[in-house]
Design a protein around this ligand. Structure first.
Ligand code: ZN
Length: 344
């Protein structure tokens, strides 16, 4: 089968497109999916580059997001049949530990993510546990479904489940174009919030406006964006700050938060380690709420909203699988707005 293999860490050039990788066989409780679309996430860049302590079994296949059709089922699987259109929940969990039994699969002690801890979706065929599949209605394309999966469940779990977002609150998104942020923007508007967006270019901010952003602020605004937020909110600050940028922005995010505010984080595209001024945290009664991915119930909740047209996957660019290197370079350049999708 066609697949993109990783034999070593490094720049986009290390990605190898092959056409003779063995087709995986579904084990008991598993389903083999013919992948029609995969989506890129910043995670793929992190895994490709590697970090101290990361252990991959080579050749490794990247990719967390996939949508396609059921190709074959393993022993004991009766709910799915060849040809069924499906989208894949990227969180792999054991189903047995205390967290899984409590419906918190994303806290599973054996938590794994497709394309990070196990083989991923940049391939013609993948095998996944049957419980990870969700039926895909005909009116949603494979590209849309793949583009939505990881970022929508991540955004929903962060804002709604962890962040307890309420109608009427003010939300600041640090960054305009990323997949999680375009999902957060839509979810915050659907909840009835006023949304502020900080972005790097007028073009990205204009697109954020078309998605419903109420107030847009240039990242390089004179005096700094956190000061601009403070002034625009009559020196109050915002109830919720979504900061998945990390090192470059976290200090400003603490400044932009109102008293009692919540800082939500699911990642750190600009770097993981940074100093914070703790006086903001206790002095303003701030909560910093971290999460990663979401449980299957959140996945189903948010994907149903996509299926009903209340949320929309934003696709910034499409590439055939064979042009995966270009796709990675585009993601690293950060010029796009929304998700980059691979057609397979
Ligand atoms: Zn578990």
């Amino acid at each position: 089968m066609k697949a993109v293999l990783l034999h070593q860490h490094g720049p986009a050039d290390v990605l190898q497109v092959v056409s003779d990788h063995p087709v995986p066989e579904p084990g008991p409780g598993e389903v083999r999916v013919r992948v029609r679309a995969a989506a890129l996430n910043y995670l793929d860049i992190w895994v490709r580059n590697g970090w101290p302590g990361i252990k991959l079994s080579y050749p490794h296949i990247l990719g967390a997001d996939a949508a396609g059709t059921v190709d074959a089922v393993g022993e004991g699987v009766s709910d799915w049949h060849p040809g069924d259109r499906v989208v894949v929940d990227p969180t792999i969990s054991c189903g047995r530990c205390a967290y899984c039994r409590a419906g918190q699969e994303n806290r599973c002690v054996h938590f794994a993510l497709l394309g990070e801890h196990v083989s991923g979706t940049y391939a013609e065929y993948i095998t996944v546990p049957a419980r990870n599949l969700l039926g895909l209605p005909d009116h949603i394309s494979f590209e849309e479904a793949a583009a939505a999966s990881l970022v929508f469940v991540t955004a929903w779990h962060s804002l709604i489940t962890r962040g307890n977002l309420r109608p009427g609150e003010t939300v600041l998104l640090v960054g305009a174009g990323g997949g999680v942020n375009t999902a957060c923007l839509q979810i915050a508007k659907l909840t009835g919030c006023t949304v502020y967006v900080v972005g790097s270019t007028d073009e990205k901010l204009e697109k954020a406006r078309t998605l419903g952003a109420d107030v847009v602020i240039r990242r390089d605004v004179e005096g700094g964006w956190s000061r601009a937020v403070y002034q625009l909110t009559a020196k109050r600050g915002v109830d919720v700050v979504v900061d998945n940028v990390g090192a470059a922005t976290f200090q400003d995010s603490l400044r932009a938060a109102a008293r009692g505010g919540r800082i939500l984080t699911v990642g750190n595209t600009s770097g993981a380690q940074f100093e914070i001024d703790n006086r903001y945290v206790f002095g303003k009664h701030l909560s910093i709420l971290g999460s990663t991915m979401g449980p299957h119930t959140d996945y189903v909740s948010v994907m149903q909203l996509l299926f009903k047209g209340r949320l929309k996957a934003i696709i910034g660019a499409r590439y055939p699988l064979e042009e995966v290197r270009e796709a990675h370079r585009a993601l690293e350049a950060g010029q796009h707005f929304g998700k980059i999708v691979l057609s397979i």
